[in-house]
Design a protein around this ligand. Structure first.
Ligand code: ZN
Length: 139
């Protein structure tokens, strides 16, 4: 059985998000260039040439694709996920105060723990199902 590892990626860091963009279809002149995308909280979740512009917010998990070169990543993030804590702070990494940065890292880690918790729950549910199958018919 494979257990998820925690903290393998530090996507709350701008540089880590930038690194995820491998075959991004837009150049530097585009408004949704890699840097602007990463600054607005997005990282690439592309898996093939079919979904090169698939992105996800590192904090709220909102997935967006179908980007156009003139799209403003911050504006798109705001309009699709207004409640995102990163959107609510709404600053690029170098403008964040240390306490703002810490609150973002904390939220990221809480999300990660919840996600791992969910995966563990699924594993437990699967095990319970197997036990139920095995002992089906017993009283
Ligand atoms: Zn978000």
């Amino acid at each position: 059985m494979k257990y998820p590892k925690m903290g393998t990626r530090q996507l709350y860091l701008l540089e880590e998000r930038i690194k995820t963009f491998k075959n991004w279809p837009f150049d530097e002149k585009s408004r949704c260039n890699i840097r602007n995308m990463a600054e607005a909280g997005f990282y690439s979740v592309a898996t093939s040439t079919e979904d090169v512009d698939a992105t996800k917010c590192f904090l709220c998990g909102k997935e967006l694709d179908g980007w156009e070169s003139f799209d403003d990543p911050w504006a798109e993030h705001r309009s699709h996920a207004a409640k995102c804590a990163f959107v609510q702070i709404g600053k690029n990494e170098d403008e964040l105060s240390f306490s703002e940065f810490l609150s973002i890292v904390k939220q990221y880690m809480i999300n990660e723990v919840n996600q791992i918790g969910g995966q563990q729950k699924e594993i437990i549910d699967e095990k319970l199902k197997a036990i139920k199958r095995k002992y089906r018919g017993r009283k």
